[in-house]
Design a protein around this ligand. Structure first.
Ligand code: FES
Ligand code: FE2
Length: 383
């Protein structure tokens, strides 16, 4: 029996709310529903590698000139990016012909029109059907659905994002609080070669939940040498927005924090002179943008269709200051913290399957981030 809305209801009030049930983290049917709801209606970062052959250039560069098109893949769905021929607009389309569903773009190409390899249907760079042998004068043709569906696409800080839902909230609106927090910070444009893709244990939601959980820091990342040493845990702040959550905290040592001139007023600490250690932005449903004085670390917790108990972890880094980046392990052991989280979540995955995992409750002062997340998953999956 599929999980029902009642079994997954998460109360608006954190004092009454229960977590999603354990089954929502291991049930393939629930993951299918998430792919059709949560992941179909949210902004997703297009992975930089995979599906595109061996062109090592960033997607942004590959699609820079007029008329270029590049196939990409997002959570198992074939798409392609297309730069306009008569304009500079970047568009995204499903990579599926509207005639008999052959893939339209098998490799990167360029030109004013695109011809399907199976029966010659031709489209322009805006996705409009142009012609096809054998279809001249056919009544009621072309229909709206013979043109390609134009998907929302956005380029931000040299990363590309797509949203499969034409009615979804715009990228600019979704990112407005994030942009405002970064307005005074130099842009991290120096892409570091340390791109990583790996598979880790646990459902994608466990990783998002854990990211939003400040409660575990004092336990899992405890001193000595842990994250808990590097920060002033008592100052930890969670700001919740419609589609994003910001967590930030002051550094234990001022030299580990941001130059206050880089951040808006609300992050300043005129009395004690503390400096912000990091801006940890979570973007619904599975992206994290982690800003440090050295630059930006980007993580994506990608679900793997058909496999609810594993997550594909994508990791990219962009430097503002390579020197500071090289020294970041002197400040806190990010790889140690990462290993502690991966290990803890593998343990939780076993607990989930024990048959003795009741729905949890939330500590009202410490678990606002996790409550926001569980509530939003339940709302999005069940409408
Ligand atoms: S599938 Fe594309 S023209 Fe037939
Ligand atoms: Fe952690």
């Amino acid at each position: 029996m599929p999980l029902t809305a009642a079994q997954c209801h998460v109360d608006d009030d954190i004092r009454r709310a229960e977590t999603l049930p354990a089954r929502a983290f291991i049930d393939p049917e629930f993951l299918d529903r998430e792919l059709e709801t949560v992941f179909r209606t949210s902004w997703q970062l297009l992975p930089e590698s995979g599906a595109r052959g061996d062109d090592p250039r960033p997607l942004e560069e590959q699609t820079a000139s007029r008329g270029t098109r590049v196939p990409v893949s997002l959570l198992g769905r074939p798409l392609f990016l297309q730069r306009g021929w008569d304009d500079d607009t970047l568009r995204a389309f499903p990579n599926t012909c509207t005639h008999a569903w052959f893939p339209l773009v098998l490799g990167a190409s360029r030109g004013p029109t695109l011809v399907c390899g199976q029966h010659g249907r031709r489209f322009d760079c805006t996705g409009r059907f142009v012609s096809q042998p054998g279809f001249a004068g056919l009544e009621g043709f072309p229909r709206d659905c013979d043109h390609l569906t134009s998907l929302q696409v956005a380029a931000w800080r040299r990363m590309m994002f797509v949203n499969l839902d034409p009615a979804a909230r715009s990228f600019t609106d979704t990112w407005s609080e994030i942009e405002a927090s970064l307005a005074q910070m130099p842009a991290p444009t120096d892409r570091l070669p340390s791109e990583e893709v790996r598979e880790i244990a646990g459902n994608w939601k466990q990783h998002a939940w854990n990211y939003l959980d400040r409660f575990h820091i004092g336990y899992i990342h405890r001193p000595p040498g842990g994250l808990a040493d590097a920060i002033d845990l008592g100052s930890y702040t969670t700001e919740r927005y419609a589609d994003s959550v910001l967590q930030w905290v002051y550094a234990a040592r001022p030299e580990d924090g941001f130059d206050p001139a880089w951040l808006p007023e609300r992050f300043h600490d005129p009395h004690k002179g503390r400096r912000v250690f990091a801006l940890w932005w979570f973007v619904w449903p599975n992206l994290t943008l982690n800003f440090y004085p050295w630059g930006l670390s980007v993580n994506v917790y990608q679900p793997i269709p058909g496999r609810p108990d594993a997550t594909r972890f994508l990791w990219y880094q962009w430097a503002i200051d390579r020197e500071k980046h090289a020294q970041r392990d002197k400040r806190w052991l990010s790889s140690q913290v990462d290993a502690e989280d991966v290990d803890a979540l593998a343990q939780v995955s076993r607990g989930l399957r024990s048959g003795f995992a009741p729905r949890g409750r939330f500590a009202p002062d410490d678990e606002h981030g996790p409550h926001w997340f569980h509530h939003k998953v339940a709302r999005t999956v069940f409408g």
